[in-house]
Design a binder for this molecule. Structure first.
Ligand SMILES: O=C(O)c1cc(=O)[nH]c(=O)n1[C@@H]1O[C@H](COP(=O)(O)O)[C@@H](O)[C@H]1O
Length: 233
């Protein structure tokens, strides 16, 4: 099932059963879902099959970062399993991203291929510690332009950077933004956060939401509350 909702719910769970229990409370007409490292490492491709069988479009968030040939193979494997979106780390560089793009194109695979810029959990001090003197905003701009020039369909960034990237890379370049915090939710370990409606207004094309929905007592009610915030209610 295809949806025009911008919402992607992060199924960050330690088991297939727990993830499917949450998925069964969600509606594939109203959101997509994201499978990340913990869930995929525990459940393997079974989780993709189970979610596709329930009608969800799946973002496989494994943030590949390796030599070009290895990443190209991993991206192909993800796409051949019918995933809607897959990501790599832009920090892997131009040749890595170009190899991934070329591999999908050569096999006629239309999975969206995007690159992570600077993680939303990182701020200037974290970048400085790993030898990056630029501010998060500057580093995101640099990596987003490199990602665009290397054939990516878009980037993962904080919604705080979406407006600038819309100017630099255009409306069609996907801006997938985690660190979304509706008015009712706790910030947790995220640093560069934004409210859902502000994120869309800033130019985010997709909003990744995890704990504000998955840790809610009533996840569908939380999803509805976010939809209401988006509709300006
Ligand atoms: O690629 C991602 O999805 C991602 C990139 C990033 O910079 N920050 C980030 O939080 N994420 C993911 O987005 C989700 C955010 O979840 P919550 O903080 O619970 O809303 C998690 O699954 C993270 O792995």
């Amino acid at each position: 099932m295809s949806t025009d909702s911008p919402l992607i719910i992060a199924l960050d769970y330690p088991s297939l059963d727990a993830a499917l229990c949450m998925a069964d409370q969600l509606d594939p007409a109203r959101c997509r879902v994201k499978v990340g490292k913990e869930l995929f490492t525990r459940s393997g491709p079974d989780v993709l099959e189970a979610l596709h069988g329930r009608g969800f479009e799946v973002f496989l968030d494994l943030k590949f970062h390796d030599i070009p040939n290895t990443v190209a193979g991993a991206v192909q494997a993800a796409a051949e399993q019918g995933t809607w979106m897959v990501n790599v780390h832009a920090g892997g560089g131009r040749r890595m991203m170009e190899a991934a793009r070329e591999r999908l194109d050569r096999h006629g695979l239309s999975t969206h291929l995007i690159a992570v810029t600077v993680l939303t959990s990182m701020e200037a001090a974290d970048l400085a510690e790993v030898g990056v003197a630029a501010s998060p905003a500057e580093q995101v701009e640099r990596l987003a332009m490199l990602a665009r020039d290397s054939g990516m369909d878009g980037v993962v960034c904080s919604a705080r950077e979406s407006a600038r990237l819309r100017t630099l890379c255009g409306d069609d370049f996907l801006k997938v933004t985690p660190g979304i915090r509706p008015s009712f939710a706790a910030v947790g370990d995220q640093r560069r956060i934004m409210a859902p409606s502000d994120a869309l207004a800033a130019g985010s094309t997709h909003l990744v939401v995890g704990r504000p929905v998955t840790q809610a007592e009533d996840p569908m009610a939380a999803l509805s509350a976010i939809e209401a915030e988006l509709a300006g209610e």
